[in-house]
Write a protein that binds this ligand. Structure first.
Ligand SMILES: Nc1ncnc2c1ncn2[C@@H]1O[C@H](COP(=O)(O)OP(=O)(O)OP(=O)(O)O)[C@@H](O)[C@H]1O
Ligand SMILES: [Mg+2]
Length: 354
């Protein structure tokens, strides 16, 4: 079996710490490629990776790697027998070893002394680092280079699956994107199945083949990035992925009426619904422009390429707040009033999904 068709399957995985149930019957199928696990801090992402790697034992459920049960059903294959590469959340490199020593660390001593040097060079090339970094100490590398060395170390023993725990979280925005892309290229080039934990949705959507959205120890939805964004399974997923504002409304046919006035909805629904309004669907205009609602600007976040503006719709009984994405040259001041209009069809969910 080649690395390309070794998958990971997790079924009913449950794990508590004391009275805190951190994973509550998690199911996940990773057939290959890159799967991103996306979730808020503390939702159980690292716990999941530690269970898969074999650093923790589950209370219930099974973990299969390449069809073989490695945990559960009375089996507990130790971490070193799982053919897994792990890039931990913190302190990835051994500070007392140079880059070559770090990358070669997981190789068997026989392999290290024979083909070790070549393997180190191959791995550095794979993660797009020049060969001459091999003799540097970790503290002589940039944050992005350190992350790539950590990945090279995880990939050197040719694992079937590599687990990456927020590998880019300590990097600044530009370096983060560049490192993310080069790590994804290295994973694809080596045909390694990967699970990438992140709480950055841009990272998850742009790098992964599949995104698993986690909340309170369960997966809310596991699907492709496009499907996740275009067809979120629930209001919770829509508000987390894409920062949608949830607005209660009454739907008749293809129109929902709410504090935002009548808006067209994407799928015809009847009765009480929750609208999920994304920032790119909210246009900010001058106050009193015909067809617009009046809103007060609460907060502005300027990003350079654009900005987000949080507003409260004036006159709405239920204090509806929306976030709008606006161009950098059209950013209103907090405390002022503007016009807002919802553009295009809005996602609508039944208010009571049961
Ligand atoms: N060894 C442990 N003993 C007790 N509680 C733990 C242990 N490991 C994790 N927890 C708790 O389990 C919950 C989930 O932790 P976990 O590290 O899996 O979260 P996470 O999703 O990785 O969060 P972050 O994004 O902040 O890294 C947290 O409430 C944490 O305090
Ligand atoms: Mg974590």
């Amino acid at each position: 079996m080649t690395a390309a068709n070794v998958g990971l399957r997790v079924t009913g995985l449950t794990r508590s710490f004391g009275s805190l149930r951190v994973l509550d019957g998690v199911d996940l199928d990773v057939p290959g490629g890159i799967t991103a696990v996306l979730g808020a801090s503390g939702c159980g992402k690292t716990t999941l990776l530690r269970l898969v790697a074999g650093f923790l034992e589950p209370d219930a459920g099974t973990i299969r790697l390449g069809g073989r049960v490695v945990a559960g059903d009375g089996r507990a294959v130790p971490a070193r027998g799982r053919r897994i590469g792990y890039v931990p959340q913190e302190g990835a490199l051994f500070p007392h070893l140079d880059v070559a020593g770090n990358v070669a660390f997981g190789l068997s001593s026989g392999r290290r002394s024979t083909t070790g040097r070549r393997r180190v060079e191959e791995m550095l090339e794979l993660v797009e680092l020049p060969r001459n970094v091999a003799t540097r100490q970790p503290h002589e590398l940039s944050g992005g280079q350190q992350q790539r060395v950590a990945l090279a170390r995880a990939l050197a023993p040719d694992p079937d699956v590599v687990l990456l725990d927020e590998p880019f979280s300590s990097l600044d925005a530009g370096l983060r994107e560049e490192t993310g892309r080069s790590v994804a290229r290295a994973l694809r080039a080596s045909e390694t199945t990967a699970v990438l934990v992140t709480h950055d949705q841009g990272e998850a959507l742009s790098l992964a083949d599949q995104v698993a959205v986690m909340a309170q120890g369960r997966f809310l939805q596991v699907t492709t990035p496009a499907e996740l964004y275009l067809h979120p399974a629930s209001p919770a997923v829509a508000s987390f992925v894409g920062h949608a504002a949830l607005v209660p409304a009454q739907a008749v046919g293809g129109t929902a009426t709410s504090a935002l006035g009548p808006v067209p909805v994407r799928a015809a629904r009847e009765g009480r619904v929750l609208l999920a309004v994304r920032p790119e669907q909210v246009a900010v205009t001058a106050k009193d422009e015909p067809g617009c609602l009046t809103a007060e600007v609460l907060e502005v976040s300027f990003f350079g390429h654009d900005a987000t503006v949080r507003v409260r719709v004036v006159g709405s009984d239920d204090l509806v707040e929306l976030t709008a994405r606006v161009p950098a040259n059209g950013v209103p001041q907090p405390g002022t009033q503007v016009g807002v209009r919802v553009v295009g069809e809005v996602l609508a969910f039944p208010e009571d999904p049961s």
